[in-house]
Design a protein around this ligand. Structure first.
Ligand code: 13P
Length: 255
């Protein structure tokens, strides 16, 4: 890792899991995040919106950041059931995932909507984690790079502060399946994302954008995936629900 590269980040996306009692997982994470690990890697946990406030209170003083999984593009208004970036910030969130493939698929979110949500994150002072990634069909027909390039151009606003922007490369076919791309394939896509980030935040700043890999990251494969060039961390689903697994992934940075 060169000097101008961002500090690595391991982020957990809890998806629609967790109840009030899950705050104990956060306690276990704080206990398992000693100074030698803090020196190497940042941690972020993105629980459902219902748990953000409790998690933010529990995480206080632990150096573990709390984030959300989605935000409405508007700050407030007649949008029954939605939650704005400002509301998430008010609860103690510092980050928000936007454009996860599950939202793109189940809620038909378009690139333009994802971009508007990333703008909302900026407006509210949150770090946006913009997700991109190809489907199995797109990978098999050798369109992965074209798809990710188009998602980058359509979903990421221009002129974001590089330190407040992260891109998560999550191949749809790798999410929850136990399948992962080869390190060479990850490197190819992350290099493309770095280049595209340069046109959005400027060449001088592109190295500061964190590019996370997501999709079936486990303690057993973390070292290999996180060592790939231009991989600045991981966005972890299932394994983030278990403190020892999540910490096991972060500990890949220890040696
Ligand atoms: P899994 O780690 O469960 O494959 O999920 C990845 C993901 O979707 C994170 O956002």
């Amino acid at each position: 890792m060169s000097a101008d590269r961002p500090r690595p980040l391991v982020a957990g996306n809890w998806k629609m899991h967790g109840l009030k009692s899950s705050v104990q997982v956060l306690h276990a994470l704080a206990v398992g995040y000693p100074p030698e690990l803090k020196a190497k890697v940042d941690l972020l946990v993105c629980p459902p919106a219902t748990l953000i406030h409790a998690f933010a209170l529990q995480a206080h003083g632990s150096d573990i950041a709390i984030g959300a999984q989605d935000a409405h593009a508007e700050a407030s208004g007649a949008y029954t059931g939605n939650v704005s970036a400002e509301m998430l910030a008010d609860l103690g969130a510092t980050h928000v995932i936007v454009g996860h493939s599950e939202r793109r698929a189940y809620h038909r979110e378009t690139d333009a909507e994802v971009r508007a949500k990333a703008e909302a994150a900026r407006r509210a002072g949150l770090t946006a984690i913009v997700c991109v990634g190809e489907t199995r069909e797109e990978r098999e027909s050798e369109r992965a790079l074209d798809v990710v390039r188009a998602q980058m151009r359509g979903s990421v606003p221009e002129g974001m502060d590089a330190s407040r922007l992260m891109i998560a490369y999550e191949p749809v076919w790798a999410i929850g399946t136990g399948l992962t791309p080869t390190p060479a394939d990850v490197a190819e896509v992350h290099t493309l994302i770095r280049e595209e980030a340069g046109t959005l935040v400027g060449a001088a700043e592109q190295g500061r954008v964190r590019i996370l890999y997501g999709g079936s990251v486990k303690p057993a494969n973390a070292k290999e995936l996180l060592a790939v060039e231009n991989v600045d961390g991981a966005l972890v689903g299932g394994a983030s629900l278990v403190a020892t697994d999540f910490l096991g992934i972060a500990r890949a940075y220890l040696d």
